[in-house]
Write a protein that binds this ligand. Structure first.
Ligand code: TXA
Ligand code: MG
Length: 339
């Protein structure tokens, strides 16, 4: 199969629509990362997405809809605080998890009794969703465990020859995936941190919890995606805190002397320190939005230019950085299943 990359026009949207209604899978831009879209009502299309990504079959997908889609077609329980969150943040990088009604393919939720729904803000994604006027499932358009894609080229690198079409909407502004927030209980609970922060949600509805799975207890995990190794560049990775900078520099120098290609991924304030020691750097930037937007781009660059990537955790740990750190730590984990 030949994989075409096309800019977003009325013609490419029509082509994507035809492909999706005939059971195909198409890559689409969103404001967070690129997604691999398919018809949420079509069992075979949904299964094809799992297959093409190599995704474990217990990790559910998010259904994407346009901003005027009538949600009562696919859910029936909708607490007032969820409506407030939609009004405040959608379209945008917030996914809400509702009790499911079994209207979409059973393969979407992987046996959970909930359905995750997202209204992306990206104009190209909205245009396609409007043309479809049905929910479209769309996991991030990367091979399972690999770094999420923030450009059409990233998608091409993972899926050349495996999907027919990539809609090119430019580089993703957000850079990390949407916040996933459970709205089945009395208060919203964040299952995956992202660009819409716990503080932002609490400000709108008064309270917001954060779910941390207790792996020891054997409890059924609410958001299975949190269990898996994720976002990993194909090079060795080592993670240091900002308190361990000296050791991190020494590690870089040692690896270089051993003939390895090494780079340090760090926020701007530490760049000079590594460069003074002759170490290449990948500069995450200064602000939280810069760091979120650059993270995956730099992790994908790292695997092309390094044997060993030394990463320094950013010093700011709150707000959007909760999500950035969550991704960075998973990218640098060595275990294959749990983190
Ligand atoms: O920004 C995004 O959300 C991107 C773009 C393409 O929209 N999509 C994305 O999808 O990140 P994916 O499949 O890579 O991640 C979906 C996450 C996983 O951690 C999954 O476990 C969780 O959402 N999830 C999906 N359905 C769920 C549900 N019913 N209950 C709890 N978690 C769910
Ligand atoms: Mg993903």
């Amino acid at each position: 199969m030949q994989t075409q990359i096309k800019t977003i026009t009325a013609e490419s949207i029509a082509e994507a629509k035809n492909l999706i209604f005939s059971g195909g899978v198409v890559a689409i831009p969103t404001e967070t990362v690129y997604g691999l879209g398919g018809n949420a009502f079509d069992d075979q299309a949904v299964q094809k997405i799992f297959e093409v990504k190599g995704r474990p079959n217990d990790n559910p997908l998010i259904a994407h809809v346009h901003s005027d889609y009538d949600l009562s077609k696919i859910i029936d329980y909708d607490p007032p605080y969820a409506k407030k969150l939609r009004e405040a943040f959608l379209p945008g990088p917030l996914t809400l998890v509702y009790p499911s009604t079994g209207k979409v393919s059973k393969y979407v939720s992987c046996g959970l009794n909930t359905l995750a729904i997202r209204v992306p803000a990206h104009e190209g994604a909205q245009a396609l969703l409007r043309a479809l006027d049905i929910p479209m499932v769309a996991p991030s358009a990367n091979l399972s465990k690999h770094v999420s894609p923030t450009s059409a080229e990233h998608v091409y690198d993972d899926f050349e020859g495996k999907i027919p079409l990539i809609l090119d909407g430019g580089a993703c502004e957000g850079g990390i995936e949407s916040t996933v927030c459970d709205v089945t209980g009395d208060i919203p609970v964040i299952l995956r941190p992202g660009l819409i922060t716990r503080e932002m949600i609490a400000k709108v509805v008064g309270a917001c919890g954060e779910y941390t799975p207790d792996f020891q207890s054997g409890e059924k995990v609410k958001s299975p995606g949190v269990l898996y190794k994720h976002y990993s560049p194909r090079c060795q990775t080592r993670l240091f805190t900002a308190n361990e900078l000296e050791r991190a520099v020494a590690e870089c120098v040692k690896e270089k002397l051993a003939g390895k290609r090494v780079a340090a991924l760090c926020e701007e304030q530490f760049v000079m320190l590594f460069e003074q020691s002759g170490v290449e750097t990948l500069n995450l930037g200064r602000t939280e939005s810069e760091m979120a937007a650059r993270l995956y781009e730099l992790l994908r660059k790292a695997e092309k230019v390094c044997d060993v990537l030394i990463t320094i955790e950013p010093t700011e740990k709150s707000g959007v950085m909760v999500g950035v750190l969550n991704r960075l730590r998973k990218a640098c984990t060595s275990s294959d299943i749990k983190h």
